[in-house]
Write a protein that binds this ligand. Structure first.
Ligand code: TYM
Length: 372
């Protein structure tokens, strides 16, 4: 049977069946037992975990085993800087920040400006490198700890990273890269090599501190293929397999697909003005009915509504409030226009506050950046 969706680090499309993806990628579901175990350490649960938007993992139970033995992990995540940050990118970073606060651990944050140079025909090295520092402001604006967070561009930290990437490259065959990513003989060799760079931060702190340190990588599930390779190679170099915690995709505002920079009208960027936010949300796909009469009679369908989706993931973290709006929608007691207005106000407030923090981040950028 033909698959109805594609999930790779460079293409996400179709209607994703996350249960099937768990099987296909060989992931483990984050179940209630594991969630309870997280709560034992954190005291409370982040909505992104409680609502199972982070739905899958690799070895998160092992990370907790080690933590309980006093063997602390570090966090690793990243960004392929190809333009402005959008709300979808923030999802894994928001959880990463929460994990850093709760477990008091380091974060290593990779800006893969080399990746975006290899993969985006129209972008120069200068472009992707400058986006790296611009996007870093969005990371810092989320409030990561200054003395425990290291952000680096692949180009500007290359002397350190390349040595380690070479060790990965020596153990990795083209046939594996081709099988995992679907590349072929016509792909530029930068694309083929690149995954080696994305493996490095999963063991770099172990090198820096001269001892093996467990690594936990929060990300959306599209990045998993890279870490399947890391998990295969790192033990061959004497390091632990990196663990991961994986989220679903924040969808675009229009019907179908993840929020993606390439469909501008479907994505909300950090740089969007109040007017743009209003306009985009006005056009969002909802579970509303064709006529007002029908909607009042039959009620709306939150399960297919993008506005409700945004409430669920980022903009309504109070469970009681979320349930109330869901019930009102289903009974026809609230109409789509009203929900869109609530969402618009929340998104604009969030973006305006974030942009202020982003301005402040400019003053402390250097404190976070590693270069060599
Ligand atoms: P990039 O820039 O495509 O995406 C950055 C992070 O955002 C996640 N993401 C999303 N999450 C939820 N909803 C969405 N619509 C959405 N779109 C993107 C991605 O999964 C990612 O976690 N190669 C990477 C950069 C990278 C990296 C890493 C990412 C380097 N090392 C380690 C995660 C972990 C990239 O291009 O990400």
């Amino acid at each position: 049977m033909k698959k109805k969706y594609i999930v790779t680090p460079w293409e996400v499309s179709g209607e994703i069946d996350y249960d099937k993806l768990i099987e296909e990628f060989g992931l483990k579901k984050i179940d209630d037992k594991l969630i309870d175990r997280i709560k034992e350490h954190t005291g409370e649960l982040h909505p992104l975990i409680k609502r199972k938007f982070f739905f899958a993992h690799r070895d998160l139970d092992w990370i907790l085993d080690e933590y309980e033995k006093g063997n602390k992990f570090f966090l690793y995540t990243g960004r392929g800087p190809s333009g402005d940050t959008h709300l979808g990118h923030l999802v894994p970073w928001i959880l990463t920040k929460w994990l850093q606060d709760k477990f008091d651990v380091e974060l290593w944050f990779q800006m893969t400006d080399d990746e975006k140079f290899y993969f985006k025909e129209d972008l120069s090295i200068e472009d992707t490198n400058s986006f790296a520092y611009d996007n870093a402001l969005d990371v810092i604006a989320l409030g990561f700890k200054e003395n425990k967070t290291y952000i680096f561009s692949d180009f500007d930290y290359a002397r350190t990273l390349y040595r380690e990437a070479a060790k990965v490259a020596k153990k990795l065959n083209f046939s594996t890269v081709r099988a995992v990513f679907g590349l072929d003989e016509s792909s530029n060799v930068g694309k083929i090599f690149f995954t080696c760079m994305q493996s490095v931060p999963a063991f770099l702190p172990s090198i820096k501190y001269g001892k093996n340190i467990p690594c936990l990588i929060p990300h959306a599930v599209d990045q998993d293929p890279h870490f399947r390779i890391s998990r295969d190679i790192l033990p061959k170099l004497g390091f632990y397999k990196p663990a991961s915690i994986q989220s679903m995709f924040l969808p675009g505002l229009l019907k179908g697909g993840k929020m993606s920079s390439s469909i501008k009208e479907s994505a909300i960027f950090i740089s969007d003005s109040d007017n743009e936010v209003d306009k985009k949300i006005k056009n969002a796909f909802t579970g509303g009915r064709d006529t007002l009469k029908e909607q009042k009679e039959k009620g709306g369908r939150p399960e297919i509504c993008m506005v409700f989706n945004y409430f669920n993931v980022l903009f309504m973290w109070d469970d009681k409030e979320l349930n109330e709006i869901k019930e009102r929608c289903k009974s026809g007691g609230i109409l789509c226009g009203e929900c869109k207005k609530i969402l618009s106000e929340r998104v604009k407030k969030f973006l305006n506050e974030h942009r202020k923090k982003r301005e402040d981040a400019k003053k402390k950028l250097n404190k976070f950046i590693l270069k060599d």
